[in-house]
Design a protein around this ligand. Structure first.
Ligand SMILES: *[C@@H]1O[C@H](CO)[C@@H](O)[C@H](O)[C@H]1NC(C)=O
Ligand SMILES: *[C@@H]1O[C@H](CO)[C@@H](O)[C@H](O)[C@H]1NC(C)=O
Ligand SMILES: *[C@@H]1O[C@H](CO)[C@@H](O)[C@H](O)[C@H]1NC(C)=O
Ligand SMILES: *[C@@H]1O[C@H](CO)[C@@H](O)[C@H](O)[C@H]1NC(C)=O
Ligand SMILES: *[C@@H]1O[C@H](CO)[C@@H](O)[C@H](O)[C@H]1NC(C)=O
Ligand SMILES: *[C@@H]1O[C@H](CO)[C@@H](O)[C@H](O)[C@H]1NC(C)=O
Ligand SMILES: [Zn+2]
Length: 800
């Protein structure tokens, strides 16, 4: 490939007279209205703050977690290093950072978790999000530009969306390079925000790196169509071990890869500013858009430390496809539209609230908006409830939840839930039987933004410039998916220490005291979600993330703090079913030709994996949900790109619509029933439902109703409740889309009967008195026997 170089260089120096006036973003004084309608909100503000991010705003690894010492964060979602500073190897180093990080941030307040009411944090901020220090770019004394090439028209000819290096819309075959160091650093790795694995040197490294270190290296993007290029975004190499980035670069355009025209700045070639650190994306807008099919990014200077320092970069290119009659690739054109009429754009907090309200106004009979609490910065955590009887739990009707935006910068889930509520409202009104059935038989709760503070941070930077970690954490710097009480350790410690197996519990684990104590660093958002989980009898849920394409199921935490290890729950087979229900109906995940997002090929696992088998996450929402409540929950990683451009939203809805519906429908799989008092017919709350051979019980809720999600098969159920004789039944689960009804009538124990009668001031009937006496005698005999045996043993021991 390097052999092409001299020729192209020759041609392109001969073409130096081309006047492609290109400048920096400072050339713009007017706010530019982007042509991409859906991109409006993100583009204007965000694009102009390129490269000026202030390090103090960026939450860093120091405050990753929580009350619990965490080991390695071996995740692909791993946060970036502090700006302008070499990221240190995080693995096995986290303990110290965890100890120091959170303490500095806020004074802890005592907040009892089981109480829904939350005490205000001491350092509470004013109501509205204070404006971040506004990044005002002082326009530099500007380049003497060739005036007649500048016009208002060209200036307002504005921003184009990303071609899709990050979103993978641009395929590997569309990327070429002058040279590359090795396969794992090939041109197909030169995509914005691509993540390397923990170690360098495999096939999944974090950038394109040139093999040679000279000014003739380039990364080329074939847009396949005539395109109006308006800008480029550069980022350094993602690696824990290496520190590589391009500091300045040139850009060239071509229609045939033979004749290259340089991007000009007056009479000179334009030289763009690249990166100062490896993670912050830096945008350069071409002052005058160039029309071509190919674009090259051509590094000129790069970070060097002695002989160290390679030419490495990750990039995105902004461009609008032009109508081209001679386009030979027309047949390849992927759809970008959705047939549904939904509000496809990124909604910030206010817009989200407005949209939710409009859905409620349109479907008041089946929706209700409520808030489960507030974020650190006092933004409400709104939930949209969709049900035929909003606001009420109906006997036998299971409750479902979707939670999105736990990591504020993983924004697709939020938009999908907003789409989903609009869609369900519209389709219900149209009489779509599938939706009508779902609404009538299920109480659905949608929480689009669990971390609104983090979202606002990422939203301000916009989809391309937010980087990989900005907005992930809560305002206090808490990673909420590490912030739930670690009940796994409680369980595993009990299993190790307890010799009497019958004393072990396997469900409804209480929250440990240290979690509710003053030392516990628990986000107000996490607390709000925990009380929500305690107050509503959810049977199934999923939390929506981004940055990968895979569905993960619990446990998320490994048993012995291993970085990764398959750690199944007793409900492994049903969890695999659940995960597969989403993954197999998702149009991107299930595409066998898709390439892996970052550094793990989940296609090999059919796009589902046990969470702990991917990476160890203590204190995850899924594990907490399973161990503390009746609710089964999985994590859905929706897209390679955490913050897809607004133009990608319609197609992402198409990709996920079926999966979102199918997954909700799984709540009607298995067994459901009501547990009642045989005599009175009154429902029994808190009865324990045990399925033979599955070491995880669930409990009945207030009116005695319960849901036991199960795969098809024959099950022996035993139900027990305090004051009642246990009762067993065999129930069969079929391959149907509705649950098997399995009710129980429990008989009170004589003791309980007597207690109830006496409590009412009644007299015990003869037969009951007799029964109770017999029971007491039996107990006495057993106790006496035991005492005698002990005495005899003691005597024997003395004699020895
Ligand atoms: C970043 O913060 C520092 C200190 O608060 C301030 O002096 C500087 O102007 C800020 N820079 C930008 C680009 O906002
Ligand atoms: C590519 O072709 C288009 C249409 O023919 C033309 O407008 C444009 O200037 C060409 N670009 C380059 C870099 O030659
Ligand atoms: C364009 O030229 C001016 C004046 O030489 C320089 O200050 C500016 O940085 C250049 N911009 C680019 C993108 O090359
Ligand atoms: C530069 O190289 C020296 C010697 O190899 C090393 O000690 C130092 O940490 C490096 N600096 C950076 C910023 O990578
Ligand atoms: C709500 O329900 C009432 C009573 O069934 C009905 O008259 C009304 O049209 C419904 N409203 C909407 C918006 O569906
Ligand atoms: C429970 O009792 C009710 C009322 O006597 C009866 O209709 C129902 O069939 C019983 N259910 C079971 C599972 O025994
Ligand atoms: Zn996430």
């Amino acid at each position: 490939m390097a052999a092409f170089l001299p020729i192209s260089l020759l041609i392109f120096s001969a073409c130096g007279f081309f006047v492609f006036v290109c400048g920096q973003l400072t050339d713009f004084t007017l706010p530019v209205k982007p042509t991409v309608v859906s991109g409006v909100d993100v583009a204007t503000e965000s694009l102009f703050s390129a490269g000026t991010s202030n390090a103090s705003e960026v939450p860093t690894t120091e405050f990753t977690t929580s009350y619990r010492k965490s080991t390695a964060e071996t995740t692909t979602e791993r946060p970036t290093g502090k700006e302008g500073q070499k990221p240190v190897r995080k693995v096995l180093k986290m303990e110290k950072e965890d100890d120091e990080g959170p303490l500095k941030l806020a004074k802890r307040s005592t907040r009892s978790l089981t109480v829904a009411k939350k005490l205000k944090n001491v350092l509470k901020k004013p109501k509205v999000i204070p404006k971040k220090p506004k990044v005002t770019k002082t326009p530099k004394p500007e380049i003497k530009k060739v005036k007649h090439h500048q016009s208002a028209a060209t200036k307002t000819a504005s921003q184009c969306p990303p071609l899709g290096l990050e979103s993978l819309r641009v395929k590997d075959a569309q990327l070429r390079a002058s040279s590359y160091k090795r396969r794992g650093l090939g041109p197909h790795r030169g995509r914005l925000n691509i993540q390397s694995g923990i170690d360098d040197g495999d096939i999944y490294d974090g950038a394109w790196c040139a093999r040679y270190k000279d000014k003739n290296q380039w990364l080329e993007v074939d847009a396949q169509k005539l395109t109006r290029f308006t800008g480029a975004i550069l980022q350094g190499r993602n690696s824990i071990w290496s520190w590589d980035m391009v500091q300045t670069y040139k850009v060239q355009f071509s229609n045939d890869t033979l004749l290259w025209k340089p991007c000009m700045n007056g009479s000179k070639e334009a030289i763009f500013e690249g990166n100062q650190d490896t993670e912050t994306p830096v945008l350069s807008l071409f002052d005058r858009p160039a029309v071509a099919r190919y674009i090259r990014i051509n590094p000129q200077t790069w970070y060097q430390n002695g002989t160290e320092g390679d030419i490495c970069l990750r990039a995105e290119v902004l461009g609008c496809t032009l109508p081209d009659p001679s386009n030979v690739y027309a047949w390849q054109t992927e759809p970008t539209e959705s047939r549904d009429k939904l509000d496809f754009k990124h909604h910030n907090y206010k817009e989200m609230r407005k949209l939710m309200k409009s859905v409620h106004d349109e479907c008041p009979n089946i929706t209700r908006i409520y808030s489960i609490g507030k974020s650190y910065k006092d933004l409400k955590l709104y939930v949209m409830e969709i049900s035929d009887n909003p606001g009420k739990h109906e006997l036998g009707e299971p409750e479902f939840r979707y939670v999105a935006g736990m990591h504020g910068n993983e924004v697709l889930g939020r938009e999908l839930l907003l789409n989903l509520m609009q869609y369900m409202c519209q389709e219900y009104k149209r009489g779509n039987q599938r939706i009508v059935h779902l609404v009538k038989e299920t109480r659905i709760h949608l929480l689009p933004s669990m971390n609104p503070d983090g979202y606002e941070m990422a939203f301000k930077k916009g989809s391309e410039l937010a980087g990989w970690a900005l907005g992930r954490y809560s305002y206090e710097g808490i990673d909420m998916n590490h912030n739930f009480a670690d009940l796994n350790s409680v369980m595993w410690t009990a299993i190790e220490l307890e010799t009497d197996q019958s004393k072990l519990i396997n469900h409804y684990f209480p929250i440990p005291e240290q979690y509710t104590s003053e030392e516990a660093f628990v986000a107000p958002e996490t607390r709000a979600v925990i009380s929500w989980m305690q107050n509503i009898p959810f049977a199934l849920g999923a939390n929506l993330h981004g940055g990968e394409l895979v569905v993960t199921y619990p446990y998320d935490m490994t048993r012995d703090w291993a970085p990764r290890e398959h750690t199944p729950t007793p409900d492994e087979s049903f969890f695999r079913w659940l995960a597969a229900a989403y993954a197999s109906t998702n149009q991107v995940m299930s595409n066998p030709d898709r390439r892996p997002c970052h550094n793990k090929d989940f296609l090999r696992y059919n796009n589902i994996i046990n969470g702990a088998d991917w990476h160890n996450v203590p204190g995850s929402m899924n594990d907490f949900s399973y161990l503390h409540t009746n609710c089964f929950e999985v994590t859905v990683e929706l897209s390679c790109d955490k913050f897809p451009h607004a133009s990608e939203l319609p197609i992402e809805w198409e990709n996920n619509r079926e999966s979102l519906l199918v997954y909700m429908e799984q709540i009607h799989r298995g067994i459901k029933g009501v547990i009642r008092d045989k005599d009175t017919g009154v429902g029994i709350a808190d009865a324990i439902i045990k399925v033979e051979d599955i070491d995880h019980h669930i409990r009945s809720v207030a009116d005695g109703d319960f849901w036991r999600l199960l795969n098809p098969g024959e099950y022996r159920l035993t139900v027990s409740a305090e004051g009642y004789f246990p009762s067993s039944r065999t129930c069969y689960v079929m391959y149907d889309h509705f649950p098997t009804i399995c009710d129980f009538n429990l008989t009170k124990t004589p003791r309980r009967k007597a207690k109830d009668i006496l409590a009412k001031g009644g007299k015990l009937p003869k037969d009951l008195q007799l029964l109770l006496r017999q029971q007491r005698m039996r107990k006495l005999r057993v106790t006496t026997k035991a005492i005698n045996q002990r005495r005899a043993a003691a005597k024997r021991a003395k004699r020895v």
